[in-house]
Ligand binder design. Structure first.
Ligand SMILES: Cc1cc2nc3c(=O)[nH]c(=O)nc-3n(C[C@H](O)[C@H](O)[C@H](O)COP(=O)(O)O)c2cc1C
Length: 353
């Protein structure tokens, strides 16, 4: 507690400072959170153009699929060689041996690290015992961490939630116990999203629970959940004393957010148009037309959440069924239209689920 109140006052300097994870230096303490469907190779290329982050995380990849996955065919297990030194690949699964095999492939390919998904609460994932379901199976979760630790020497991250039980004390204590177990089993850093699984992302995360995790273990702890503007970072750091911050949805609304936090980057007004245009261009660079359009549409609601009339913008951007139309609608929205496009500091939460 002492530490966070003293030196995290200057939160920008703190977040811009390097940190070592398993002896490997990370440029700063801001991470792009793993987001299936959103954090694809094209989106990451755009984030990289703005800089300001320490590590980027892929969306979750199936551990069973990773060992034989072809990066030229897969939509998710796909990367640019230039990003590997700051890219962490996240995997999900429920079998220690399969997770270890996937981690070996990830190490062999040259990723910075591997991240275990113990936080996803999507029914399709939990039904198979993966993601947040593992928080109900502490022994199995521990064995997965151990098996992966024994298999690779790259940094090993665990991303997890507060568990399943919506009693504030139980949830926090359970999460702290899990954190100790992950550390003992060989994890090098934890990313903690302080919500119970049934909450999904609906109710506000309990940042004060990140503090319990931080105090329970000695490896770095990264806080996650509802960072919407730079000042939120200061709040989260002061409440929790965490070592860094992982940002998800806001990076889709404003891919330059890391640079704003770390470097004080203030964009021009035309950044919104440029970003939307760049996004579809990069998607077309990495994917075929159909996939690129599909992926653009996944991004649209989160991107639109940064506008005052986001619903209307989202609706217009979701209408096209080909990339040519997407370019035309972007152009019309931002340059030709008489609409006054107002942006907001904090996102429209109805678009931000
Ligand atoms: C569309 C979407 C996909 C996500 N996919 C993953 C995932 O693959 N793995 C994971 O650990 N978390 C996933 N998350 C959760 C985020 O990593 C993060 O914990 C959550 O969005 C809260 O952080 P934020 O408020 O900064 O967005 C996803 C979130 C969203 C919105």
């Amino acid at each position: 507690m002492r530490r966070c109140f003293l030196y995290k006052d200057n939160y920008r300097d703190f977040l811009s400072a390097p940190i070592k994870i398993r002896g490997k230096e990370v440029k700063n303490r801001l991470f792009l959170a793993p987001m299936a469907g959103l954090g694809n190779v094209a989106f990451r290329e755009m984030v990289a153009e703005f800089e300001g982050f320490g590590l980027l995380f892929t969306g979750m990849c199936s551990a069973k699929a990773v060992p034989q996955e072809n990066r030229n065919i897969s939509n998710v297990f796909k990367w640019r060689d230039e990003e590997l030194h700051y890219l962490v690949c996240q995997i999900f699964g429920a079998e220690p041996k399969a997770m270890a095999l996937a981690a070996k492939r990830i190490e062999k390919e040259g990723f910075f690290g591997v991240d275990l998904n113990f936080g996803c609460c999507a029914a399709a994932i939990c039904k198979k015992g993966s993601g947040a379901a593992l928080l109900k199976e502490p022994e199995l979760a521990k064995n997965i961490v151990k098996e992966v630790r024994d298999a690779v020497s790259i940094p090993l991250f665990v991303k997890f939630r507060s568990g399943w039980y919506d009693n504030p004390i139980d949830a926090a204590m359970h999460a702290a116990k899990m954190a100790v177990m992950f550390e003992e089993a060989g994890a090098d850093a934890l990313v903690f999203h302080p919500r119970v699984a049934p909450d999904r992302r609906l109710r506000p995360p309990k940042w004060e629970h990140i503090k319990l995790i931080k105090e329970a273990i000695s490896i770095p702890v990264f806080g996650n959940g509802n960072i919407f503007e730079p000042a939120d970072c200061k709040k989260m750091l002061n409440i929790s004393g965490c070592d860094g911050i992982s940002i998800g949805r806001m990076a889709v609304a404003k891919p330059w957010i890391f640079s704003t936090i770390a470097n004080g980057f203030l964009p021009d007004n035309d950044i919104y148009q440029k970003t939307a245009t760049r996004m579809i261009t990069l998607l077309l660079k990495h994917y075929d037309e159909r996939t690129a359009v599909k992926m653009f549409k996944k991004i649209v609601p989160y991107y639109s959440a940064g506008f005052k009339f986001g619903h209307s913008i989202s609706k217009q951007l979701l209408r096209p069924d080909n990339s040519g139309e997407i370019y035309r609608v972007i152009d019309e929205l931002f340059t030709k239209s008489s609409q006054n496009i107002e942006t907001m500091e904090r996102p429209n939460l109805h678009l931000f689920l």
